[in-house]
Design a protein around this ligand. Structure first.
Ligand SMILES: [Zn+2]
Length: 343
């Protein structure tokens, strides 16, 4: 990320923050706030877990789900996704293919192979990807023999993928497509469920359109992962404007169970789980802070000194190769790939 991009992004973010919050009492303005109970179990009893830029995150005392409360209502969410801040965000995520696309594409193909291994001789029927971006995964799924469908709300990418895959790519919310019941053999979503304000209703709709025995794949970060536990609200994905829900292996199992799916496999991925990354979180602020906390000179110097050895081999090699495997082995990886089946 260039410093010019970071400056423009932070300025746009502060503008949105000023619209959303009442600066006299540091609370979300009533006209934009939606107060909600636990999005997994529906209980009210929750304790304050983190606070970041005045967004408050609670942990449900009943099921341990971590969620933002209040969350932004539909009007506020819609307005953020149409703001200049979101356009600047998309520049980094989607308009700079060399940075993210190759990584995302490789991940998606490796996930597709995991689905194929799981389904072994399973039927090649309908395959739906929610958040299908440029259609890279769907193209591959089509080669594997699936009838492919996608949902992509980014207009530019939707048009781009339609030109490759045809008119089975939609640019509206899942519930608004109204797919027929029991249409799909596979439903795939990566880096999506944490953005959905009402994940239970969303997954119940997935259940309605899935065939009995269908496979659902969900990739999302693990809020109970090792790095998330160490760096807490500093973690990049704790970002109130876009990510109201934060799952763990326990809570993703629970919500999938409620929605009529049984979890079969959870694989952890932990590319950001290194001692070096964890240390660096204490010396610099992630780009998802609106108002990064002031860090004293002494602290910055201390973090620099602690971080320095990780620039050198063999420590760097050991850290990037061994620490992620330890996190995965402890089932505390930073990312979960979940494969479940409709009961
Ligand atoms: Zn709960």
């Amino acid at each position: 990320m260039s410093s010019d991009w970071l400056d423009r992004w932070n300025r746009a973010l502060r503008e949105q923050h000023k619209l959303l919050f009442d600066y006299s009492n540091k609370r979300m303005k009533d006209e934009f706030a939606h107060y909600a109970d636990c999005p997994v179990c529906g209980e009210k009893d929750a304790k304050l877990h983190y606070e970041k830029d005045w967004f408050k995150y609670y942990k449900c005392r009943n099921c341990s789900m971590v969620y933002m409360n209040p969350r932004m209502n539909d009007a506020a969410t819609h307005s953020f996704y149409n703001s200049s801040a979101n356009a600047i965000y998309n520049e980094s995520k989607f308009d700079n293919p060399s940075v993210t696309s190759d990584f995302d594409n490789d991940e998606n193909i490796s996930n597709l192979d995991a689905i194929e291994r799981h389904r072994s001789a399973g039927k090649k029927g309908g395959f739906l990807e929610i958040g299908s971006a440029t259609g890279h995964l769907l193209k591959k799924a089509k080669e594997y023999g699936y009838d492919v469908y996608g949902i992509e709300l980014n207009k530019k990418m939707c048009i781009q993928s339609r030109s490759i895959l045809g008119d089975t790519i939609y640019d509206v919310d899942l519930q608004d497509v109204r797919f027929p019941a029991e249409m799909f053999d596979v439903i795939y979503m990566r880096d999506l469920i944490q953005h959905i304000p009402e994940p239970k209703g969303f997954l119940l709709e997935c259940n309605r359109i899935a065939k009995p025995g269908a496979t659902i794949f969900i990739g999302t970060h693990n809020i109970e992962g090792l790095i998330q536990k160490v760096v807490k609200e500093k973690y990049t994905a704790v970002f109130g404007f876009m990510e109201p829900n934060h799952f763990s292996p326990l809570t993703i199992r629970k919500i999938l169970d409620i929605a009529g799916f049984e979890v079969k496999e959870i694989h952890f991925r932990s590319i950001d789980v290194t001692l070096g990354t964890m240390i660096s979180y204490f010396g610099t602020s992630s780009f998802t802070y609106v108002y990064p906390p002031e860090l004293g000179k002494l602290r910055r110097f201390g973090v620099k000194m602690l971080y320095a050895p990780f620039f050198c081999q063999p420590l760097r090699y050991m850290d990037t190769h061994i620490t992620p495997s330890i996190a995965n082995w402890l089932k505390q990886g930073s990312w979960m790939n979940v494969i479940a089946e409709k009961r």
